[in-house]
Ligand binder design. Structure first.
Ligand code: PLP
Length: 454
């Protein structure tokens, strides 16, 4: 059965984010079953899912309450929508609950199906509101180097990674790129974290002045940059950035697609970093990934502009067939109830020291230039030379090899550009499971070190 599946996969599936020629040689790891923080493949081999899938399955892979919530909604009403003057209970209750837990000032929720769609919606809302407010020149959005905001045409344009632009004729017009707050890589010699944050904010202000503040509408940022390398900003970074944004009437958009729902130890990354968003996007852990759903939360000022536009034009001309899909919304609602009832964000804070301590054991390892973690997200950045921070040649694919070895040892991780290995386990993980996860990782690292002759 597994050989037939493997062959069919190679024959028929165009894999996302995959070197397709290499895949035809290598074939897939095919998962068939999940249990807690683990998944099992067709041969019955067990893996700890050290990435919670794609930074998303926070309740692990076998939560019965989510299955039951989906079944109940399937039985009651498998589909309805919120277009025009229609609605349904899961979509209403989920919006109410999200606003109840959201950072101050966010008052309305628009639903979509993915992080990309949510961020695409932000681009459209920003254009719409400024056209309606009679300032059509104020439309540029500032996004950062190494940002990840998704892959639809507008969201991929906000994303700051070459792989998402090259050969796609992206980015679209109107995206301004600013610096990434990765102190280890981009600070000047001897520059403190605070001085580095000050410099980034000064550079941002200079860019805004060069563009013309009247042309800049919004700044979008992940509290902790995820796919760009698990980049944890200096503690004072967002305060300094937001002071600049406020001065020039520029909206702060927090992309909480990874950080939302406890990942950094608080409900929102915005809380961890003192971000006061005008717009917030979330997805992934909103439903613990059991069904696709995302949300855009907006302030009253943004909502009022959109409302004015909808009256002038006759309708707010944006919405997906599956905006607030009732089954996905019911599962998301149940997910948020579970987070609260089990105090899962407090659990994250409680196990985080075990997680971060394991990562920090690697700070002195000869292959590791930088070890970092917060809450339950972290990374090891591999370097050829610790002193100079020189990277390995890309062809050496050192992080990818480490991830492959970890997979052989029964641990799923992810390698990111820049020889970074990322860790993002389900939030339900226990101290004992974290110890086991790093025992498997230790074995993989020993094997890599031996292969490289270090
Ligand atoms: N924003 C962030 C911060 C993400 O990490 C991701 C996906 O990894 C996205 C947006 C895009 O979400 P999706 O893949 O659901 O479109």
């Amino acid at each position: 059965m597994s050989n037939a599946l493997r062959d069919a996969d190679i024959r028929y599936v165009l894999h996302p984010y995959t070197n397709l020629a290499a895949h035809e040689e290598k074939g897939p790891m095919i998962a068939v079953r999940g249990e807690g923080v683990k998944v099992f493949d067709t041969a019955g081999k067990e893996y700890i899912e050290g990435m919670a899938g794609l930074w998303c399955a926070s309740l692990g892979f076998s939560e019965p309450r989510l299955r039951e919530a989906a079944l109940r909604q399937m039985d009651a009403l498998p589909f309805f929508h919120q277009f025009g003057h229609k609605s349904h209970a899961p979509g209403i209750e989920l919006a109410e609950r999200l606003i109840g837990m959201a950072p101050d000032g966010l008052t309305k929720v628009f639903f979509a199906n993915s992080g990309s769609e949510a961020n695409d919606t932000v681009v459209k809302i920003v254009r719409y509101m400024n056209n309606i407010l009679g300032r059509p020149q104020k439309k540029k959005i500032i996004a950062r180097e190494r940002a990840y905001h998704g892959v639809t045409v507008a969201a991929a344009s906000l994303t700051g990674l070459p792989v998402n632009h090259r050969a796609f004729d992206l980015p679209i017009e109107g995206v301004v790129r600013t610096g990434c707050p990765h102190h280890y890589r981009y600070a000047r010699p001897g520059e403190s974290e605070d001085a580095f944050a000050t410099r980034l904010a000064d550079e941002l202000e200079a860019q805004i002045l060069a563009e013309g503040p009247e042309t800049v509408a919004a700044f979008i940022a992940e509290p902790v940059q995820g796919a760009g390398g698990v980049i944890i900003p200096p503690a004072t970074y967002f305060d300094k950035i937001q002071a600049v944004l406020k001065k020039y009437d520029i909206l702060m958009v927090a992309d909480e697609v990874i950080c939302g729902f406890g990942r950094t130890g608080n409900a929102w990354g915005s809380q961890t970093y003192n971000i006061r968003p005008d717009i917030l996007t979330c997805a992934k852990a909103l439903s613990s990934a059991y069904l696709p759903i995302s949300a855009v939360l907006v302030s009253d000022a943004v909502y009022q502009a959109v409302k004015k536009g909808s009256a002038e034009i006759g309708s707010f001309g944006h919405g997906y067939t599956y905006s607030a899909h009732p089954v996905a919304a019911a599962v998301a609602l149940e997910t948020l109830k579970i987070y609260e009832e089990r105090d899962l964000f407090a659990h994250t804070r409680a196990v985080s020291p075990t997680f971060v301590t394991h990562l920090m054991r690697y700070a002195d390892h000869p292959l590791v230039g930088n070890a970092r973690g917060i809450g339950l997200v972290g990374a090891l950045e591999l370097v050829a030379d610790k002193a100079t921070k020189e990277s390995f040649p890309p062809a050496a694919a050192v992080a990818a090899r480490l991830v492959e070895l970890a997979q052989e040892e029964g641990l799923i991780l992810r390698s990111l550009a820049g020889d970074i290995v990322s860790f993002c386990p389900p939030l339900i993980i226990t101290d004992a499971e974290l110890d086991e996860m790093f025992t498997r990782f230790d074995r993989a690292m020993e094997r890599l070190t031996a292969q490289l002759g270090i």
